[in-house]
Design a protein around this ligand. Sequence first.
Ligand SMILES: Nc1nc2c(ncn2[C@@H]2O[C@H](COP(=O)(O)OP(=O)(O)OP(=O)(O)O)[C@@H](O)[C@H]2O)c(=O)[nH]1
Length: 582
Amino acid sequence: MESAPASGDAHPLRIVALIYLCGVLLFGTLLALEWRLIDRSVAAIARERGAALFSLIETTREWNAMHGGVYVVVDETTQPNPWLQHPARDLQTSDGVRLTMVNPAYMTRQIADLALHADGARLHITSLKPIRPENRADDWEAEALARFEAGEREVLALVEGGEQGRGPAHRYMAPLLVREPCLQCHAEQGYALGDIRGGISVTMPAEVLIARRDQLRTRAVFVYVLAGLLAAGLVHGLLRANRRHVAQVRCINAEQERLIERRTGELAEANRRLAGEVELHRRSEQRLAASESRYRAIFDSAAEGIMLTDAALRIVQVNPAFSEITGYAAEEVLGRTPSMLGSGRHDPAFFGDLLATLVATGRWQGEVWNRRKDGDLYVQWMSAVRIGEADAPEGFVATMTDITSRKQSEERLRFRANHDALTGLPNRRLFEDRLQSAIASALRHGEQFALMLVDLDRFKGVNDRFGHLAGDALLVEVGRRLQLCVRASDTVARLGGDEFAVILGEVGGREDAAEVAARICASMSEPFELGEGVAQIGASVGIALGPQGDADAEELQRRADTALYTVKHRGRGGFRFHAEQG
Ligand SMILES: Nc1nc2c(ncn2[C@@H]2O[C@H](COP(=O)(O)OP(=O)(O)OP(=O)(O)O)[C@@H](O)[C@H]2O)c(=O)[nH]1
């Protein structure tokens, strides 16, 4: 807010001047009214006094008229009235005292003389048609008589020089109405009852009343001036207090304006910051929405099944690929746990370890066998991550890829790599693994096993006689018969051509091995029903018992091979243990 300019005080000064002017006008008006009231009071006193005198004179005159005039003794002050026309105006008593009639007019003149000398009041009986010239009305009286004719009942005025050489005076005048007694003297002037015959004016010295009026006026002036000064002082005090108050209010207002300005600036700055934050938030939301849209697209279009669970492992969201893999629609799995997909191929500990690892490390991945809605087993590669902290996980996300077909093809490859394509028996590689395992297991458990190398006798002739395919069929049948000769836990492998190998686990001794070898030889000597005809072959078996000291698999094979060679060399069709084993 701008501070009050220097010219800003002009306005209050004008207001103050206006207030004082109004005060002066008010007190002036009140004083004028007071003066007028004083004048009216003085006039009322004068009127009352004039009316009293008039009433007294009129009553006296009425009394005189009622008696038709009264006789008084003639002396120096009372001489016969020359203006009275009466047959018995003058009388003389029997003792010689002269009496003369005094009528109302004469009596009034004498009373007027007395009053004039007593208190200066001059009574004057007057008429527009006076009998006596002295009763002629002066100008003021003539005007008053005219106003009586107009209906007024009395006239009062303050005049200067009411009497010659005298000061101001109040002049009061009331009309004389014609009454019955008046007609005794004035009937000849043509008056009728009720007519205004004239009037009596009372001229009263006004010095005392004027002095009293002036005294009252002075006192009123003093009172009003004093009151005005007090009021002015009060107004001045109020104005000063008001100015101080206004100054304080201005100061407070200025401070508040500065505060408001500062706060407004702060608010504007805060608004700018807020607008910036809102814009950032809006952009962030846009990016978030775009990101969510992308992730939603990824989620919906991912080839991998995706499953979200809460911390209690309840499924809260799955994608379409999940439904394709499991056969379950989303609404069929929401709220349930992944255990609904359980295949039974994993024990509870598997899932306990899985969850413990997932919670502790935040991730787990591996193969999990599950069961589809239609009951089919499938294996999936599952990669799971934890949402939230380890001590308060909020949920988990698992992506799962159905690897059943891949697994199957891997299995097929692995099988091919380890098995003979013709007979389906383990090939040399797998055989050597089994042999290594047999050695290790036997050493660990203090057991014995037997390694037999089986070479068919006269097999070439089958090929030659019945053809290669028939030879193949025979080889397949050889494998089947060998398996029948041993326990399921024993290994029958084809090492190549017409050479087979057998690993007998947990043999009690040479006898057990010999018995099996004999059984093999007997089985191989049995005729082979081939499509092309009946084939007759035999088998030679070289045996090495293991473990033998620190002899490794290669050494054991060499020993069994030596034994086999010996059998072959000696005519085929039989078995033999390695020489060192008797
Ligand atoms: N049909 C068929 N023949 C094979 C296969 N592998 C090898 N042979 C043949 O099997 C024969 C093996 O030779 P030999 O062991 O000398 O034949 P043999 O008649 O059994 O000889 P002896 O063992 O001395 O009795 C060869 O003629 C090979 O061609 C095969 O997978 N299928």
